[in-house]
Design a protein around this ligand. Structure first.
Ligand SMILES: C[S@@+](CC[C@H](N)C(=O)[O-])C[C@H]1O[C@@H](n2cnc3c(N)ncnc32)[C@H](O)[C@@H]1O
Length: 241
């Protein structure tokens, strides 16, 4: 039997803001009509929940893209390593008018962005081909941090910038949340390695980078994951150039 048009989200009559007119009875019993009405309310609520989740994801990515755009205002070619859903890359391309390439070892972006999957070892990019490289909550996933930082040095232009966001296990609460994150991801991309702020500084400096900006971010920027966070902007240290 054909569905009434207002039950079908692909129908032109569908509106995200209206659950629909009262259900026609089609000569059926009152019970069946009531059950259908209940189903359509549930379907409407689920649609709203999905839309709300997507809005939060896109909004969070937009806030991060604004923050990144302020740190790398002149970057035209940007590599987003571990781009995930791709919304940060999409917003950045719009905000800066830049070419942004997203790469990831897993999944497929939801946003319509330039994307290449990679093996977690070799960035699919030429030597010194990017003016900025982003690692947004990605470096703790790296199985070989030395290899990923050496790939970074290979693809980054000499005066290029690197933006890093990291979750920091500063307190027992942060360590608990990092543990939860690890359990969610280890089956897909391997065990996470979370580092403290000083440990990240040492890691970046040992790899030949200087830290030109460092900030603490509010743990409440994501109510679903209220962990201590840091934002770093790095450049190749002068001795490397
Ligand atoms: C917490 S998500 C962050 C996604 C996105 N950057 C963001 O901020 O919305 C971590 C992402 O890193 C990716 N990832 C895991 N291991 C990686 C690796 N070795 N190299 C690059 N990306 C990796 C995962 O597939 C995932 O998309």
């Amino acid at each position: 039997m054909l569905e009434p048009s207002f039950l079908n989200s692909h129908s032109p009559a569908y509106s995200p803001y209206v659950i629909g007119p009262p259900l026609p009875r089609y000569g059926t019993s009152l019970d069946v009509a009531d059950a259908r009405r209940g189903g359509s309310i549930l379907a409407g609520l689920l649609r709203r929940l999905r839309r709300e989740r997507r809005r939060r994801k896109v909004g969070r990515a937009y806030d991060m893209a604004l923050e990144i755009a302020r740190a790398i205002p002149n970057a035209y070619e940007i590599l987003d390593v571990g781009c995930g859903n791709g919304f940060i890359a999409q917003h950045l391309a719009g905000l800066l008018g830049s070419y942004v390439l997203g790469i990831d070892v897993d999944g497929q972006p939801e946003a319509p962005v330039n994307f290449r999957r990679y093996d977690g070892k070799h960035f699919p990019a030429g030597d010194h081909s990017f003016e900025a490289v982003l690692f947004c909550y990605v470096l703790h996933h790296a199985q070989d941090i030395g290899a990923i930082l050496s790939e970074l040095k290979r693809v980054l232009k000499d005066d290029g910038s690197v933006v890093v966001y990291e979750d920091i296990p500063a307190t027992w609460w942060d360590r608990f949340l990092c543990g939860v994150h690890n359990r969610q991801w280890r089956g897909r991309t391997g065990e996470c390695t979370f580092r403290g702020e000083a440990e990240w500084r040492d890691t970046f400096q040992a790899a030949g980078f200087e830290i030109v900006q460092q900030r603490s971010l509010s743990r409440w920027r994501n109510f679903a994951h209220p962990v201590c966070r840091k934002f770093f902007v790095l450049r190749l240290s002068k001795a490397q150039n």
